[in-house]
Design a protein. Structure first.
Length: 213
């Protein structure tokens, strides 16, 4: 049974993914107590002391606010988790994947990377950055049996959506052709396909119910 590390997988969506995927994979939900993604030594020690086949990166930090009102502390806090944290995971997992000649890296992104809304500038931009990194990572590592993909989520039950006021969510749902929020088991099915199908590589898959259109 292949092992998945769900980095930042202790939140609502991460917990549901772990439950949904556990019938086929050994799932380890990794919170900041096990591995602080912003701390290079923490990442290095954790990844060097564990076996794994698949990494799903869910760690995220979003501090809402207009760009010109974001403090430097708020900006750095978001970038440390969303960008530096992801790069730490990539830098220390890639040599291991290369040695075993197999690996799956799945970055959980957001529709906000291409359709941002007011107050999410730093968060949205960091998602776009990581989607670009994923594409380059696939070019550099595909010959070692490693695939790298992003999954761009729309509005789903759980996760950051729970923090959005109900009246705003109701407005968003009206703009989604399917007229509902996504369900976590739908994310799980896409993840299973990305894991199983090697030819899905270096791309960004949108799961939005048609919202971006």
């Amino acid at each position: 049974m292949k092992k998945i590390l769900l980095i930042g997988g202790t939140g609502g969506i991460g917990s549901e993914l772990s439950k949904n995927l556990s019938s086929r994979f050994e799932c380890i939900s990794v919170g900041s107590k096990l591995c602080d993604v912003t701390n290079e030594n923490s990442v290095k020690l954790f990844l060097e002391s564990n076996d794994y086949d698949i990494i799903i990166y869910l760690s995220v930090k979003n501090i809402d606010g207009l760009i010109h009102k974001q403090s430097s502390e708020n900006v750095n806090e978001q970038l440390n988790v969303n960008i530096n944290g992801f790069l730490n995971i990539l830098r220390y997992s890639t040599p291991y994947f290369r040695e075993k000649n197999y690996g799956r890296i799945i970055y959980v992104s957001s529709i906000l990377s291409k359709k941002p809304i007011r107050g999410t500038g730093i968060y949205a931009a960091s998602k776009s950055f990581c989607e670009s990194v994923i594409k380059t990572h696939s070019l550099e590592n595909s010959k070692y049996g490693i695939t790298s993909n992003s999954i761009q989520l729309g509005y789903f039950e759980g996760g950051l959506t729970d923090k959005v006021p109900e009246n705003i969510i109701e407005g968003v749902i009206k703009t989604i052709p399917l007229q509902r929020l996504g369900k976590c088991d739908e994310i799980s099915k896409v993840i299973e396909s990305v894991i199983d199908v090697e030819y899905i590589n270096g791309t960004t898959i949108s799961i939005t119910g048609g919202y971006e259109n």
